[in-house]
Design a protein around this ligand. Structure first.
Ligand SMILES: C[S@@+](CC[C@H](N)C(=O)[O-])C[C@H]1O[C@@H](n2cnc3c(N)ncnc32)[C@H](O)[C@@H]1O
Length: 365
């Protein structure tokens, strides 16, 4: 099993354009970026956006808008979300109505692209404002279907003590409320409140599934850290988060909206800043009778290799006084581990879909 802290060099090569300043990006490079996104991120998952990206790659006016994207952000995701944001804010527009019920196929993209192109041209200034200001901070609730069994595994090791949760790269904090959701796994197991409004389904591949306690562990505290926490009580931030969900995935949008309502009733503590600065202090706030349980989903891939080392150092240092548990879901690999007195032990590992749609458990300690 690959380490969760490794990153895929091919993905980084494709994204190197995103790291350039807008003035350094050529239209040819932009076209390649959209084509690569269509092939590697949309193919087999989002045919409508695949078709839109292929058409965008052949349109210099739109590429010139996307070229203004914020440095360091994934350009196609940012641009697609910016168009979606304006459409969600203007639901009477014919293109918005098309998006609201779009079929997940490439024919739909070909049918609508002339209108899409016109819309981008008419809204050029607003789109440039959005792509040069906003960030891609999708908060994927489906990842809770990976976290819940991971926490069940930890509970067996922690012998029933309450959890002090810390979500590193929390975005809006939706996965900190994982214990308020209901889960249905293809292995036939169901967990969580029967009246939960957030209901997640996940396929179990390979037949293995952890032996989980019937009850969720008690959660003593919930803290999320993010460079830029998303405040879903702010209507513009709520709309931006919603626009990051691709229009051909309406079920994800329904789950997001239900989770946002749960969050409004159960807001966790969110801290703004670099996790490397904040994590040591937040770990210290976890009460002595609780189990510190740190998790990160699709966040450490945004750290430099040196920052990932520092992150491990922080956990190892904190583990001198008590065991720190860590759940890492990065790049299709899930690892559940514990660290005591600086020594790591892996409790379980799995291959997984980055959005939690399936999981294949590999080992249990
Ligand atoms: C791709 S999003 C994932 C959000 C969430 N974990 C999820 O799975 O839905 C990554 C998040 O990590 C945050 N982030 C990246 N580097 C960070 C750092 N050094 N400290 C705190 N947050 C960071 C970003 O701001 C972003 O919100």
């Amino acid at each position: 099993m690959t380490s969760s802290l490794e990153h895929d060099p091919a993905v980084w090569a494709r994204r190197s354009l995103d790291q350039l300043a807008p003035s350094e990006r050529t239209l040819e490079q932009m076209a390649e970026r959209f084509l690569a996104f269509a092939e590697f991120e949309c193919l087999g998952y989002a045919p409508f956006y695949q078709g839109i990206c292929e058409a965008v790659a052949a349109n210099e006016d739109i590429l010139d808008i996307a070229r203004q994207s914020n440095q360091g952000q994934p350009i196609p995701n940012l641009f697609l979300a910016a168009v979606h944001y304006l459409l969600l804010a203007d639901i009477s527009h014919p293109l918005a109505r098309f998006f609201a019920s779009v079929e997940s196929n490439k024919d739909a993209a070909a049918e609508i692209f002339p209108e899409y192109r016109r819309y981008c041209s008419e809204n050029r200034d607003s789109l440039i404002d959005l792509v040069s200001d906003r960030r891609v901070q999708t908060n994927v609730v489906g990842r809770s279907a990976l976290l819940m069994p991971s926490f069940g595994i930890i509970e067996r090791h922690a012998q029933g003590r309450p959890f002090g949760l810390i979500d590193v790269g929390t975005s809006a904090g939706l996965n900190l409320n994982w214990d308020k959701y209901r889960y249905s796994y293809s292995s036939g197991r169901e967990f969580g409140p029967s009246d939960a409004t957030v209901r997640l389904e996940s396929e179990v591949k390979g037949g293995k599934f952890p032996d989980l306690p019937d009850q969720y562990p008690e959660v003593a505290s919930r803290a999320g850290i993010d460079m830029n926490p998303i405040d879903l009580s702010n209507p513009a931030d709520l709309l931006w988060s919603r626009s990051l969900i691709w229009p051909e995935h309406p079920q994800r949008a329904r789950v997001f909206e239900a989770a946002a309502s749960v969050l409004a009733q159960n807001p966790p503590a969110l801290f703004a800043g670099d996790a490397l600065d904040l994590l040591p202090g937040i770990l210290e706030t976890i009460s002595d009778d609780a189990v510190p349980c740190v998790f990160h989903c699709h966040t450490l891939n945004q750290f430099t290799p040196q920052a990932r080392e520092s992150f491990r150092d922080i956990i190892e240092t904190a583990s001198e006084s008590r065991t720190i548990y860590l759940v890492s879901a990065e790049g299709g690999t899930l690892v559940v581990s514990g660290c005591s007195s600086g020594a790591w032990s892996v409790l379980a590992g799995a291959n997984c879909d980055p959005h939690g749609r399936w999981v294949e458990w590999l080992e249990f300690a």
